[in-house]
Design a protein around this ligand. Structure first.
Ligand SMILES: Cc1ncc(COP(=O)(O)O)c(C=O)c1O
Length: 420
């Protein structure tokens, strides 16, 4: 059975909004998705009825908050096919990737003892990323390379944005210690061949870091089946609140990795000279935790479970094809990423010949259509494709066929309006 989009829409209050005197058409879900009532209610319920810091509180509210916080972790673990102690709460995917890079840095500086040897980098070692990464999965690795003396290399894309897998094979040799790449490109909408890259990394013993920000909202995600060592995701792109994300890590790795942030709640004992750290996940959760956000993110996962991720994926792929087909038919439009009929999620970036993306975005906003413009935090990819910026439309479970059509109709008027 297909998703009942009209029924789903009733759960999203933001869709009642009008923009420029027209009903809002929200095509910016890849930046951040709208939130259903179940998520808003979960957050409100926490603050209204249970507001408390978790762990060690001797009162009822703290016990209830702790119970909900840890069940949220269990829920997210099930959602991604992990164990609860493999799920670390972070502020977002950017936070998770920086946590990894700084923990590797700490290991490289000698912290964590013998157990931390797998995370140590130095001159002669290599970190490999791809040319299509979001800056969040690029700059932390650049900085790590800078701090440790390791080199950063990248798998290039071709003129159409396809990952050059033959280059990947040549690049991933014995010196590679970390391979970090995105599951789904936030610009191209294309799905990375994870299994092939993981096989290359496994052959040389490199750690694999998967940026699942744009896949977790759209595809059934099973980190164990994908056989990655770490994965990061962003709660606010999968119907959850802002301010929370997830770092998944294999338990044996997380327990051997020196922490990045230190302070309260992550220790077993502290003297004036030193401290011993708890195992994962507490080891990486210093300070007062984002309890309301974790609980609401679990509500988002519960909502997605109710829809069924296989059906979400099917609908998303359908919307992606509608976007790419409609855009391809408009003269003067260059669609980035896979052509119609090829695999992509519900996301399409494009360039309008002779019109700046900001003007495209403004024109569409005047029609009540929200899209994203700019380099989408992927400057190297845009540079490779010969563009300073692009316009991106991205759909989600609440997007209707009519909305995609309204967007296509809008884009087909852009060049006429700007007289090009
Ligand atoms: C592919 C990708 N990676 C990382 C991020 C950063 O995510 P967060 O907002 O959770 O830090 C984004 C967000 O745009 C993204 O699309």
């Amino acid at each position: 059975m297909a998703l009942d989009t009209e029924c789903i829409r009733a759960d999203f209050p933001t869709l009642r909004r009008h923009v420029s005197d027209r009903p809002l058409v929200y095509l910016d879900s890849a930046a951040t998705s709208l939130k259903p009532l179940a998520v808003l209610d979960a957050e409100r319920d926490f603050y209204e009825n249970r507001n408390s810091a978790v762990h060690r509180g001797a009162h009822t509210l703290a016990a209830e908050a702790t119970e909900l916080f840890e069940s949220a972790r269990d829920h997210i673990a099930r959602f991604i096919g992990a164990e609860p102690n493999e799920v670390v709460w972070v502020p977002g995917a950017t936070g998770a990737l920086n946590l990894l890079a700084y923990s590797f840095s700490n290991a490289s500086a000698g912290m964590g003892g013998d157990e931390a040897h797998r995370f140590r980098l130095g001159p002669g070692d290599e970190i490999v990323v791809t040319e299509q990464e979001h800056h969040a999965n690029l700059i932390p690795w650049q900085e790590l390379a800078g701090r440790t003396g390791a080199s950063l290399r990248y798998i290039p894309v071709d003129d159409d944005g396809r990952l050059q897998m033959d280059e990947a094979t040549a690049l991933i040799g014995e010196r590679v210690k970390v391979l970090a790449f995105t599951h789904v490109s936030n610009v191209l909408g294309s799905v990375t061949p994870v299994a092939e890259l993981v096989a290359l990394a496994r052959a040389v013993g490199a750690l694999v870091v998967l940026d699942a920000c744009q896949s977790a909202p759209h595809l059934p995600l099973d980190v164990k089946a994908l056989d990655v060592d770490f994965a990061v995701l962003s709660g606010h792109k999968m119907l959850g609140p802002l301010g929370i994300g997830v770092l998944y890590g294999r338990a044996d790795l997380l327990n051997a990795m020196p922490p990045f942030l230190t302070g309260g709640s992550m220790i077993t004992s502290v003297t004036m000279e030193s401290a011993e750290f708890l195992p994962s996940p507490a080891r990486f959760e210093a300070g007062t935790q984002p309890v309301a956000q974790a609980i609401s993110l679990a509500a988002a996962a519960h909502y997605l479970d109710g829809l069924g991720m296989a059906r979400v994926h099917e609908r998303d792929a359908e919307l992606g094809q509608m976007l790419v087909r409609g855009l391809t038919e408009i003269p003067g439009i260059r669609v980035l990423g896979p052509a119609a009929g090829e695999d992509r999620v519900g996301l399409a970036s494009f360039a309008v010949d002779g019109v700046h993306p900001h003007d495209v975005g403004q024109f569409l906003d005047d029609l009540g259509i929200a899209v994203r413009v700019g380099h989408h935090c992927a400057q190297p990819l845009h540079r490779r494709l010969g563009l300073p910026a692009s316009t991106r439309a991205s759909t989600y479970v609440y997007t209707t066929d009519d909305e995609v059509q309204a967007f296509i109709d809008g884009v087909s008027e852009v060049r006429g309006y700007f007289r090009v």
